[in-house]
Design a binder for this molecule. Sequence first.
Ligand code: KIV
Length: 278
Amino acid sequence: MRNSIQKIQNYKKEGKKITVLTAYDYSTAKYIDQAGVDIVLVGDSLAQVALGYDNTTDIGMDEMLVFTRAVSRAVEKALLVADMPFMSFQLDKIQTMKNACEFIKAGANAIKMEGCSDFVIDNIKHLVQNGVPVMGHLGFTPMSINSIGGHKIQGKDADRTIDLLKNALRLQNAGCFAIVLEMLPLQSSQFISQRLRIPTIGIGGGKFCDGQVLVSDDVLGKFDRYKPKFARQYSSLKDIIFNVAKAFCSDVEAGTFPSVKESFTLNNEEIEKLENYR
Ligand code: KIV
């Protein structure tokens, strides 16, 4: 059975850190889930790391849903959260609800939305009141890259940190069950986390957040278009993939792959018939 929202929220009261990793495909999701991560996030970061787009604004509902279904088939224990893509929730209540429900039908237990405009807050209230759990996302919000003007640290001084706290409280009051805090000084996210009832999940938010999220392709060392300062790389999957592909090519070229053990064979009687064929 998958983790419940209540269980994740209790972690904050118990002082237990919440672990979150993104996943986009069946097999990565399966092993991340088996490793015991608390939440699997089908992040719209998949736009860049899995589909090669420039920005998360380039991905739409159809693509997000394909990956959410794949991940959902693998996840048994973690809570599954899916990102609502750009312009799928900045719509009227009915259309936003319809889009959110597509993710629930695809197997997600909750959805994540970036930002906290009045419009988004109203939509969050509507979703939560109608049984769709929502995770918020503040600080650097990748969908707003065009208005923010690049990957910039947010909450860089006391005033801006207080503004972020006010926004986080609005998300909490609207019914969000947790909030991602992206690219904030660690003292700013500490200040915010201590004043919220719901858990904060940091990405570049420092150690005082109630949990941490990273993009799986960053931790695996598979995506190297850029390397965020806050991402810890635990392996170099890109080198493994490169070396395996090289070894495969040289085995095929040298005629050492496939071996007889890696082939299907006829029995001697059938071989003889073929040999006697005129
Ligand atoms: O899309 C994503 O992977 C995210 C995380 C960075 C939190 O939103």
